[in-house]
Design a protein around this ligand. Structure first.
Ligand code: NAD
Length: 292
């Protein structure tokens, strides 16, 4: 409490529902650790309150906000500027207020790339296969393309609403980056198998592997994997998904869940607001110390 005084700057989280979020704990502990005079609070905001809530960022001279569902796309018309990745994905998860000018960013993709860098893995110039084109798959594919991944095969179920988003992702990557993107339906299992056989990183950015889909994996045959590839599941609860178990069983050296991506997307936002590096290892220990 001693941290909060008349100069404390407010950062928000605007989403609905939101009370379950770990972000307030993450950011407030990081501010305290670094002695930064900010406070981070969650606000239950859905579509009908969004415009006024965004205006409040300016009115209250807040430093910014995180934005989550259902507001990530609906917020675009209320902002003044967008980062290239935000414009290309059509989504925002972080707002920065610079003297009343609100800029939207998306840090899920940069968080994904940073989490690989943390493991000393470099996918620039390489080939990615990604399943999923929703809130996670879209920024991951677009940031990978912006950062210099050479080739991306995007797979999605052609019956899901995200199929249309997958088409947009492929179009914009091919139009605006040097990466070659190709779209496939997940029903084309032969193409899926071939793509994984020739890729350097397979990323599952679908909802498969968590919740009621926890017992499922999009890849069930370990022979589809090769040992020197990266297998990345954006799911972080459970910590080890069925896909990860199969990949480890196949002897794949680099197998990750989405925890590093989740922490690093927060760290990217933290840096945009404060200019400082979030103490990621400290926060990781604090939030997940009860785990092995
Ligand atoms: P979303 O609802 O926007 O998209 C869901 C995606 O999963 C779509 O591409 C859809 O076609 C696909 N899908 C759903 N059921 C499927 C099935 N049975 N078979 C094949 N494909 C299926 O969701 P999202 O926000 O993109 O989240 C996707 C995953 O990413 C979730 O598991 C979520 O936990 C994870 N995620 C992780 C982070 C992180 O920081 N690590 C951030 C965001 C989301």
């Amino acid at each position: 409490m001693e941290r909060i005084d008349g100069h404390t700057l407010l950062i928000g989280l605007m989403a609905y529902p939101i009370r379950h979020s770990m972000s307030p704990t993450m950011h407030n502990n990081a501010f305290a650790k670094l002695g930064l005079n900010y406070a981070y609070l969650a606000f239950e905001i859905d579509n009908d309150k969004l415009e006024k809530a965004v205006d409040a960022i300016r009115t209250l001279d807040m430093r910014g906000s995180n934005i989550s569902m259902p507001n990530k796309q609906n917020i675009l018309p209320y902002l003044d500027k967008l980062s290239p990745a935000s414009r290309m994905t059509g989504a925002v998860n972080t707002v920065v207020n610079d003297n009343g000018v609100l800029t939207g960013y998306t840090t899920d993709g940069t968080g994904f790339m940073k989490s690989l860098e943390d493991e000393n893995l470099n996918i620039i110039g390489k080939k990615m296969t990604i399943a999923g084109a929703g809130g996670a798959g879209t920024p991951v594919a677009i940031q990978a393309a912006l950062d210099g991944v050479a080739e991306i095969d995007i797979f999605n179920r052609d019956t899901d609403p995200q199929w249309e988003q997958a088409k947009k992702n492929v179009d914009i990557i091919n139009k605006e980056t040097d990466c070659k993107a190709t779209l496939h339906s997940l029903t084309d299992q032969e193409a899926f198998k071939q793509s994984i056989a020739s890729c350097d990183i397979y990323c599952d950015a679908t909802s498969v592997g968590m919740g009621e889909l926890a017992d499922l994996s999009l890849v069930n045959d370990p022979s589809w994997f090769h040992k020197d590839m990266i297998v990345f599941d954006t799911v972080y609860a459970p910590r080890e998904t069925k896909l990860m178990k199969i990949a480890k069983g196949a002897g794949v050296e680099h197998v990750f869940n989405g925890l590093g991506m989740m922490l690093e997307q927060g760290a990217e936002a933290f840096k945009l607001w404060t200019g400082q590096e979030m103490p990621v290892d400290y926060i990781c220990d604090l939030l997940f110390k009860d785990e092995d």
